[in-house]
Design a protein around this ligand. Structure first.
Ligand SMILES: Nc1ncnc2c1ncn2[C@@H]1O[C@H](COP(=O)(O)OP(=O)(O)OP(=O)(O)O)[C@@H](O)[C@H]1O
Ligand SMILES: [Mg+2]
Length: 394
């Protein structure tokens, strides 16, 4: 059965344009000319997705999104894509804050609409689609602010998972423009990268195999492009990164992703697919403010609380703000703290040998190993569960 999409748009040209684009992709379309009628149809029909113009007579599209979110019950969630006139980040953030799952600036390009709709349907109706044979866990590291140590923790956690916990691990540098794993791991610009995985236009296991680099610690790497201008080769195609991660998780116990800070489409894909989202922060005011916004955004994106992990890096550095007061302000506990050890961190960086490889017994090494254990715990549980499901009834 094809997915049913409710299009809410006032102008008949817009109704026609959106309706035709989506019908061509094989969806069933219903149309509402304004917010109240949109809400009525949503209540009666429960479509699989809502595409809503923000510019409506009476209550705006954004208000309709909020009404729908208020009316949803029992964890149900209709993916909503909001179309608006603003092209800037603020417009997108406002849409996401209202509860939309995606935002598209008008005029709408048919291929873009098509890709976004497909992406949202697969993100939110994953359970209804045939399950891929998935085994590995996606562990995404997200820095609440630049420079808080996200890359340091992602790389060293990956090494701990591999070396200490004997897991197979692929580490993905998803900071496509300015990824710096080459620097952290002392690899030159000639090493293969994610660009090699997408060079044929399609991503498959064969292409991925050509792009992965094995590090001396045993961790396998998917590096960012060697120069910022090549990022476009990966990012121009919607969901390239998502497809890569989905494939990797069929090959490894853990796919560790070092994310970039912007909530762009690729990062929204990573958030949608992550089993564990490690939010890295330090105890300074601007970072705490960012964490609050990040947690709100995650909630709006329907990321379940138990997938989120808040990690305070450089926990004992003097900032004048204690872990306790951070927890108090955020009304949430910090799951893990990592000690401040600038000397070890910087000497590892300068030598290109991560501290988890050189000195796992150091205080920094111990804290990161503990983090790896926490991240791994969920994985072990899910593997056990799968085995239980598979074991024959006696
Ligand atoms: N626990 C720690 N103790 C001391 N120094 C640390 C710690 N963690 C990271 N650092 C140092 O902080 C600096 C920034 O680290 P890193 O590059 O990992 O941060 P990032 O959040 O990934 O930054 P970017 O926003 O540039 O991607 C580095 O010099 C690193 O050595
Ligand atoms: Mg980084």
């Amino acid at each position: 059965m094809s997915a049913r999409i409710l299009v809410v748009a006032a102008q008949s040209a817009m109704q026609l344009q959106l309706g035709n684009m989506l019908r061509r992709d094989g969806y069933e379309i219903a149309i509402a000319p304004d917010g109240p009628e949109g809400l009525r149809q949503w209540t009666a029909e429960r479509p699989d997705l809502v595409a809503c113009d923000n510019d409506l007579p009476g209550p705006s599209g954004m208000e309709l999104v909020m009404r729908i979110r208020q009316a949803e019950q029992n964890g149900s969630h209709t993916p909503i894509i909001l179309l608006g006139a603003g092209t800037d980040v603020e417009a997108k953030v406002a849409a996401l804050r209202a509860g939309a799952d995606d935002y598209l600036a008008k005029p709408v390009h048919p291929q873009e609409l098509s890709a976004r709709v497909r992406g949202l349907l697969s993100r939110f109706h994953r359970a209804e689609q045939p399950q891929q044979q998935k085994s590995g866990r996606v562990v995404a590291f997200y820095g609440a602010k630049g420079g808080v140590g996200t890359t340091t923790l992602a790389i060293n956690t990956a090494i701990a998972l591999k070396r200490e916990l004997k897991r197979s691990v692929c580490l993905v540098d998803a900071n496509l423009q300015f990824g710096d794993h080459r620097v952290f791991l002392d690899l030159g610009p000639d090493s293969r990268s994610i660009v090699d995985a997408v060079s044929a236009g399609v991503v498959d296991l064969d292409m991925l195999g050509r792009a992965i680099v094995r590090h001396e610690t045993g961790v396998e790497l998917l590096l960012a492009p060697p120069s910022p201008d090549q990022a476009e080769l990966v990012s121009h195609e919607q969901h390239h990164l998502l497809r890569i991660i989905e494939l990797l998780r069929t090959l490894y116990d853990h796919v560790v992703v070092d994310m970039n800070e912007r909530f762009d489409d690729h990062m929204l894909d990573v958030i949608g697919v992550a089993d564990r989202l490690v939010v890295v922060m330090t105890a300074d005011l601007s970072c705490v403010k960012n964490v609050r916004l990040v947690l709100e955004t995650m909630a709006q994106l329907q990321v379940p609380q138990d997938r989120l992990m808040l990690v305070l890096n450089r926990a004992n550095a003097f900032t004048g703000i204690s872990a306790k007061s951070v927890e108090h302000v955020l009304k949430r506990s910090i799951e893990h703290q990592v000690v401040n050890d600038y000397r070890s961190a910087i000497s590892a960086l300068n030598s290109g040998t991560p501290f988890m490889a050189k000195r796992p017994e150091s205080a920094l090494g111990k804290d990161v190993l503990e983090l790896a254990r926490m991240v791994d715990q969920g994985a072990a549980a899910s593997v056990e569960l799968k085995q239980l499901e598979l074991s024959p009834v006696r």
